[in-house]
Ligand binder design. Structure first.
Ligand code: SAT
Ligand code: MN
Length: 583
């Protein structure tokens, strides 16, 4: 009897009509073969092999350069199960609309069957996906981003326990582009895009949208969070997970070279984008990184902002939509050197400043996590790492101080639920507009966010050794619009304060929004920050916060009666503390 996998591959082939079908084994040889083919077709450009061995540049279609949230759908039987923050179609309507786009889409193309594991190969928390795709670039990328090939097939055996994802680049036209999720049958359909989260289906589609649904059902958490370990002078490592929206510095934080290294604090990388977290028997919340690589934003990555990733990118990397220097190396804005003469922009045109940025603002690198010098020796531990702090944050010019701590779990959930951030180039649409992005999951929650808030509320009491919850904002600006906080490696100063809070030794003042460090509680030695700037970074302005709390309330109105009462109660309690002060 054919296995569930064979049946689905067969069915997909009948629909998409490929010239041939290739089952990927994930071997080095297979990868080299794919690369060789793409060098011939021009899908990859070979970089200077002396400077960057086995590294390549890919240029995507100019209309296909970021996730397209407007074309991303959650297809549940009941509209309300997708909730007011997701685009919705019924499963029948979605399939009826999109099936014709798959019909014959792979004619004259190869259909690749890509089995992959999200998570360490031997972790009980890992899950299997299979992506069918007609893009060799996607296959090559999936090999860096997941445990792909034979290991996945072996783990799957004859089981039907995998998440199928059907992907075709179609004709790349945005009019015929759809990214569909069917969480009730754990199925993904994506057509019309070859870019990032739209096409590497293990990432946002599976590991966040489908997995968040599974996690809700099964009592765990699938979050848009980096995972890092903070080593203290005694050598003890404390793990933290942090949720920031796309392109707000998760990768840089996870891979930071600590400004407090001489004091004995350093940062180890476990993951840079997604955390799957389970309550373990020892009462801790344990996180695994379901991914095996980084798909990070290139512009402004340099030896100062992220030396670890720069080292990782010195070989075996795929770059997408960066600029190309004449000597065959990549270049982007903020790489730390002037644009060289003869530069080609991300479209392959001779660049001049009037053409705008040479590298697309959402240009990316794809590289295996194991290449990072900062990779934690525990990053593939099957049981994951125990999380002591959960951190939320976003880009806010004003309002949110540098850091504050929740009063308790429920208040922490409210903090996450009220996250707001200025939009970035990671998704198509206007950049710099403040939008609500609860837990950085707005584009990635595969079900009604009101239920997601309830799930968060329910998880807290189940975690005996629950993490503390914090909120950070590296992006505060002064009256002249300048960033007030240096960020990057200096963010360790804030992590060090959190560690002090976890260990019960760091000072804080109670404010209406939570606990804020006293000025002396932060180790700011070696920074030239005026005391007034520090005060401003830590300021909680009751007027701004009253307005903020009202805005959050309006956002919550979207969810009607499905919103958990606890969230409303937290909002009311905060509003009251803002008027009468903390008692
Ligand atoms: O394009 S991705 O969704 O993979 C990256 C991101 O937006 O975080
Ligand atoms: Mn992300």
């Amino acid at each position: 009897m054919p296995s569930a996998l064979e049946k689905w591959v067969d069915e997909s082939a009948r629909l998409t009509k490929p010239a041939k079908i290739v089952y990927c084994d994930g071997s080095e040889q297979e990868y080299q073969q794919l690369v060789a083919e793409m060098l011939v077709t021009g899908q990859l450009i070979e970089l200077n092999q002396r400077k960057r061995p086995r590294s390549y540049l890919h240029r995507s279609d100019p209309s296909d350069v970021a996730r397209t949230e407007g074309l991303t759908f959650i297809c549940t039987r009941e509209r309300d199960d997708a909730g007011p923050t997701n685009n919705w179609m019924s499963p029948e309507a979605a399939k009826e609309k999109v099936r014709p786009l798959f019909d014959g889409a792979m004619r004259n193309r190869t259909m690749y069957v890509v089995p992959y594991i999200m998570g360490p190969a031997d972790s009980p928390y890992s899950k299997i996906g299979v992506e069918i795709t007609d893009s060799p670039y996607v296959v090559a990328s999936m090999r860096k981003m997941s445990r792909m090939g034979a290991a996945a097939l072996e783990r799957l055996g004859n089981s039907d326990d995998f998440v199928p994802g059907l992907h075709s680049i179609g004709d790349l036209s945005p009019e015929r582009r759809f990214i569909l999720h069917f969480p009730e049958e754990k199925l993904i359909w994506s057509v019309g895009s070859g870019y990032g989260g739209n096409a590497l289906l293990g990432k946002k589609c599976f590991a966040l949208r489908i997995a968040s649904w599974m996690a809700h059902d099964e009592g765990w958490m699938a979050e848009h969070m980096l995972i890092l370990g903070l080593e203290d002078p005694s050598g003890k490592v404390t793990y933290m997970a942090a949720a920031f929206p796309s392109a707000c510095g998760k990768t840089n934080l996870a891979m930071m070279v600590s400004a407090l290294e001489s004091q004995g604090y350093r940062v180890w990388t476990v993951g840079d984008d997604i955390a799957w977290m389970h309550v373990a028997e020892d009462g801790t919340l344990r996180a695994i990184n379901p991914e095996a690589g980084f798909f990070g934003v290139a512009p402004h990555t340099n030896l100062k902002t992220n030396p670890n990733v720069m080292a990782a990118l010195s070989h075996d990397a795929i770059f997408t939509n960066t600029a190309l220097a004449p000597e065959g190396d990549i270049w982007w804005e903020g790489i730390g050197s002037e644009p060289p003469k003869g530069l080609l922009n991300w479209r392959g045109e001779a660049w001049s400043p009037e053409l705008g940025p040479a590298a697309h603002p959402n240009s990316r690198y794809t590289v295996a996590a194991s290449q990072a010098p900062s990779i934690s020796p525990h990053w593939e531990d099957p049981q994951g790492v125990p999380i002591s702090a959960l951190i939320f944050g976003g880009r806010r010019a004003r309002v949110a101080p540098l850091v504050y701590e929740a009063r308790n779990w429920q208040h922490g959930v409210y903090m996450g639920a009220t996250m707001a951030s200025e939009t970035t180039a990671a998704a198509t649409g206007k950049v710099g507009v403040t939008r609500r992005d609860p837990m950085a999951m707005l584009p990635f929650c595969g079900y009604n966010m009101a239920d997601y808030f309830q799930h968060w509320l329910d998880m807290g009491p189940r975690i005996r050794r629950a993490p503390k919850i914090f909120y950070v904002n590296w992006f505060r600006r002064d009256a002249g619009g300048k960033f007030q906080w240096p960020g990057y490696g200096d963010n360790v100063r804030v992590l060090e304060w959190m560690l002090g809070r976890i260990e019960g030794r760091a000072d804080a003042v109670e404010t209406p929004i939570g606990y804020v460090p006293t000025r002396d509680a932060l180790d700011l030695r070696g920074l030239s920050l005026a005391p007034s700037a520090v005060d401003d970074l830590l300021r909680v302005d009751a007027g701004e916060w009253a307005e903020e709390t009202e805005q959050a309330g309006k956002f919550f109105d979207l969810f009607g009666s499905r919103l958990p009462g606890e969230i409303r109660a937290e909002q009311k309690a905060l509003a009251e503390r803002l008027t009468v002060g903390v008692k």
